[in-house]
Ligand binder design. Structure first.
Ligand SMILES: [Zn+2]
Length: 171
């Protein structure tokens, strides 16, 4: 297993729509193992393959990483089957550092996909799990939390990045 580098906004790969996985081969399995390690190492609750530079429809999640039982799972080619309700929740993203924004999400979702063993699985979630599923599925469609907030908030974040970059260049 290896920890991979997490791409940061505005890396162009984060804007791309990821391709479906046609065959779960050793490469995909290794990708999932690496994504798992990378997510835990970064202290995140979810990660999409494009965040480590691989534009394939693979996500990993563990919304209770402190729980010794570990609720880790990986989903290949995830698709939302049904959704209901609405919720506003503050979200962060490993690819958008120092940004916490309220994002509108569905309160409950049912998502289907394939396990790394190729079994079709369905995950029903509400609360944090529902939000994390929607966040990661957004990633594989090239959507970031910054695309879900107001233009003004997006501008503020961009300006902050520019300022930081200038500071780095000076020092
Ligand atoms: Zn994210």
């Amino acid at each position: 297993m290896a920890v991979r580098e997490i791409l940061k906004y505005p890396h162009p790969t984060l804007k791309k729509r990821s391709d479906a996985v046609r065959k779960i081969d050793e490469e995909v399995k290794k990708l999932i193992r690496d994504m798992k390690e990378t997510m835990y190492e970064a202290g995140g609750v979810g990660l999409a393959a494009c965040q480590v530079g691989v534009c394939r429809r693979v996500i990993v999640l563990d919304v209770s990483p402190m729980d010794p039982q570990h609720n880790f799972f990986a989903l290949i080619n995830p698709e939302v089957l049904s959704e209901e309700g609405e919720i506003d929740h503050e979200e962060g993203c490993l690819s958008v550092p120092d940004c916490l924004e309220k994002v509108k999400r569905k309160e409950k979702v049912c998502v289907k996909g394939l396990s790394p063993e190729g079994m079709e699985i369905e995950i029903k979630g509400d609360g944090i799990l529902a939000i994390a599923l929607q966040h990661e599925i957004d990633h594989i469609n090239g959507i970031l939390i910054l695309d879900r907030v107001s233009r003004l908030k997006r501008e503020i974040y961009r300006n902050k990045l520019k300022k930081e970059k200038r500071k780095e260049e000076k020092s």
